[in-house]
Design a binder for this molecule. Structure first.
Ligand code: HEC
Length: 270
């Protein structure tokens, strides 16, 4: 498990081929990246999805570099042809996996500070956390130019990002051979809503170090649904966020059930 210390900041910039041969890079600290970029940092104003809850919109101005420029600098100009997915790993074990095509379509910025000089931290009410450090890097999206992004919540906004990898994902861990087709939607939903923090058969984040395929099987369905929809009603102060509340309630119920059916059926691979 990753811990929230910042030793990664002390590592020199490295560009390496990981064991799978996929390009991987430890992100350098802001000052060092600034030297390598050769361009001044840019500012971007966004509706902060961690704070813009229940229809309220909170605009914050961040300072950073366009993500596509950072990737071109780290991996070469043809970075977007090297893989299908950008994987961003955070110090707290969170892993965001975002299609390369999204970076080509919408504007993302790797931020290292707030423009107004306020501390580079955020409150995350969905996770019952305040003053969470965002450093070293925080991926933010221009959701003012593209309001459709607002609907998605914060799953593609990883903070404490220290590592970027270009990967082409294999579905095998999530969809082992023989899994009935009608469970595939559950795997997709897990990828959208759960696998930033949890893993299924080793595929996913490392924030909660258990195999979701295994632990979910111990839950009766009503307990599972209650946990996924309202974790704080089961364990007060938990840092597991509820399934997005802006999704209509019957759809939230359906998602929880689809996830449950999938997680109960998917074999536990060791
Ligand atoms: C932002 C990170 C995050 C996301 C996203 C997330 N979880 Fe969690 N989850 C956690 C954390 C942290 C815990 C431990 C909570 C605690 O102990 O208070 C947890 C605990 C759990 C547990 C209970 C494990 C146990 O102790 O028995 C289950 C089941 C679970 N999550 C399922 C899910 C499902 C299903 C989804 C997707 C709908 C999901 N989680 C999305 C962070 C997350």
């Amino acid at each position: 498990m990753r811990t929230a210390n910042s030793s990664a900041l002390l590592l020199p910039v490295f560009l390496a081929l990981s064991m799978s041969g996929a390009p991987a890079a430890e992100l350098p600290p802001a000052e060092r990246l600034q030297e390598r970029m050769g361009t001044p940092a840019a500012t971007v104003t966004v509706y902060e999805p961690h704070l813009s809850l229940a229809g309220r919109r909170v605009a914050i101005e961040y300072v950073g570099y366009p993500a596509v420029d950072v990737m071109a600098r780290l991996f070469g100009k043809d970075w977007h042809l090297q893989a299908t997915t950008v994987e961003l790993r955070a110090l707290d074990g969170y892993v965001a996996r975002i299609d390369v095509s999204r970076f080509m379509k919408d504007t993302a910025v790797l931020a290292f500070a707030r423009k107004d000089g306020a501390p580079f931290t955020i409150d995350n009410p969905r996770q019952n956390q305040t003053d969470v450090p965002l450093a070293p890097w925080y991926l933010v999206w221009d959701n003012i130019s593209n309001p459709a992004l607002l609907e998605e919540g914060a799953s593609n906004w990883p903070y404490q990002v220290h590592e970027v990898n270009l990967v082409s994902l294999s579905d095998r861990a999530l969809l082992p051979d023989g899994l009935p087709d009608d469970l595939h939607e559950g795997a997709e939903l897990a990828r959208t809503y759960c696998l930033q923090c949890h893993a299924v058969n080793g595929f996913g984040g490392e924030k909660h170090p258990a195999n979701l395929a295994e632990i979910a099987k111990a839950y009766p369905e009503p307990d599972f649904t209650r946990w996924v929809l309202e974790p704080s009603s089961v364990r007060a102060g938990t840092s597991m966020p509820p399934l997005y509340r802006h999704i209509p309630d019957d759809e939230r119920q359906r998602i929880a059930k689809t996830l449950f059916d999938y997680l109960r059926a998917v074999p536990v691979l060791r």
